[in-house]
Design a protein around this ligand. Structure first.
Ligand code: ZN
Length: 359
């Protein structure tokens, strides 16, 4: 049974008739197709470019596939029809291509420094084991590895790079040699400088980025996923740490406060920016609209730019075709024009994933 959707299709901005045949899009009329939506604005399915299906509130690793399914469903029901899992302590390859689950691009486990990262989440290794671990985790994921570039070092009372610069650089090279992309978690100024120069593919958070590094990212095409709603929670983290680590607390607040400027500068410089909630752990799944609105209202990115980042741009980045002839049958319909008022993305009118009506 084919489905028919008519509306203003973005980004082309033309009224079109879309036919969904199985999991494919066609603009060739299909006789007898059932019209499920007529009117409004039709976008390729949204993308959460940084979240974690394998991490539950705590944060703790999930204990079974149904927990990952439930988190994926919370995302899907807001229009997120593809996601990049930026590190999972619980492998769930069974969900790749499962009906009802957004399309997945997965990193393996976080490759992290020893006794410093979130307990039980990453594979914690000394410098000499980083390259071998990256190669192993490249096989565990589907196209990405996740590196923890910095975290608190309690011996210095502040954020510090996970390993020495040569090891960080070698980790990126090992990922590329293994045929995958490398994403790096960084909060501080130091690790991100090493990683951008090493040619990392995406900077996650990136609160410590300088203007020079932003320019280098634009030249290289290095992506930024700022996870703004997560960074907005730094206040709580800082105040909890303040009695023991006042320098760390002050640093975290300063990094939090400069993120909007980082996002604005990166946008103006032409850095590819994507929408990631960092859901899993501290942030609940299903908050893509909050991140989109924060990028617009606080980060200063125009609504059309946020929509590109969250929809067709994010999909292209992850390798999922949008609403083109032969593309994938994932779409979201909004009753009003989200370019005119981005708050429209809070309430989708229709959601179709893999050719199946979700809403
Ligand atoms: Zn994350």
């Amino acid at each position: 049974m084919a489905l028919h959707v008519r509306g203003v299709v973005l980004p082309d901005d033309e009224v079109r008739d879309i036919y969904l045949v199985g999991d494919r899009v066609t603009y060739e009329p299909v006789a007898g197709a059932e019209t499920i939506s007529d009117g409004g604005y039709v976008l390729p399915g949204l993308v959460d470019a940084h979240c974690h299906l394998g991490i539950a509130r705590g944060p703790r690793p999930i204990t079974g596939l149904d927990e990952a399914r439930a988190q994926a469903a919370a995302d899907r029901d807001t229009g997120v029809l593809a996601l990049r899992d930026a590190g999972s302590p619980y492998p769930y390859p069974e969900l790749d291509d499962e009906a009802g689950i957004p399309r997945l691009v997965r990193a393996g486990r976080h490759v992290a420094p020893q006794r410093r990262y979130l307990r039980g989440v990453g594979i914690e290794v000394p410098a000499e084991d980083v390259v071998a671990t990256v190669i192993e985790q490249a096989k565990a994921g589907t196209g990405w590895v996740k590196l923890v570039g910095d975290w608190i070092d309690r011996t210095v009372g502040d954020l510090a790079p996970a390993w020495d610069p040569d090891t960080l650089t070698a980790a990126v090279r090992a990922a590329h040699d293994a045929g995958v992309k490398a994403a790096v978690h960084t909060f501080s100024e130091h690790a991100v400088a090493v990683m951008v120069r090493a040619g990392v593919d995406s900077v996650e958070h990136g609160t410590g980025l300088s203007l020079d590094l932003i320019d280098q990212m634009a030249r290289q095409g290095t992506a930024l996923v700022p996870t703004m709603i997560n960074i907005a929670t730094f206040g709580g983290i800082a105040e909890q740490a303040r009695p023991k680590f006042p320098g760390y607390a002050d640093h975290m607040l300063a990094l939090r406060d400069r993120l909007p400027e980082v996002v604005r500068s990166a946008w103006e410089a032409g850095v590819p920016i994507y929408v990631g909630t960092d859901a899993g752990g501290g942030i609940d799944h299903g908050r893509v609209a909050d991140e989109m609105l924060r990028m617009h209202e606080v980060g200063g990115i125009p609504a059309a730019g946020v929509l590109a980042a969250a929809s067709w741009g994010g999909r292209a980045w992850l390798g999922f075709p949008g609403l083109v002839e032969g593309g994938l049958a994932d779409l979201v319909v909004y009753p009003e024009d989200p370019r005119a008022d981005l708050r429209v993305v809070r309430v989708p009118g229709r959601i179709v994933l893999r050719g199946q009506v979700i809403l």
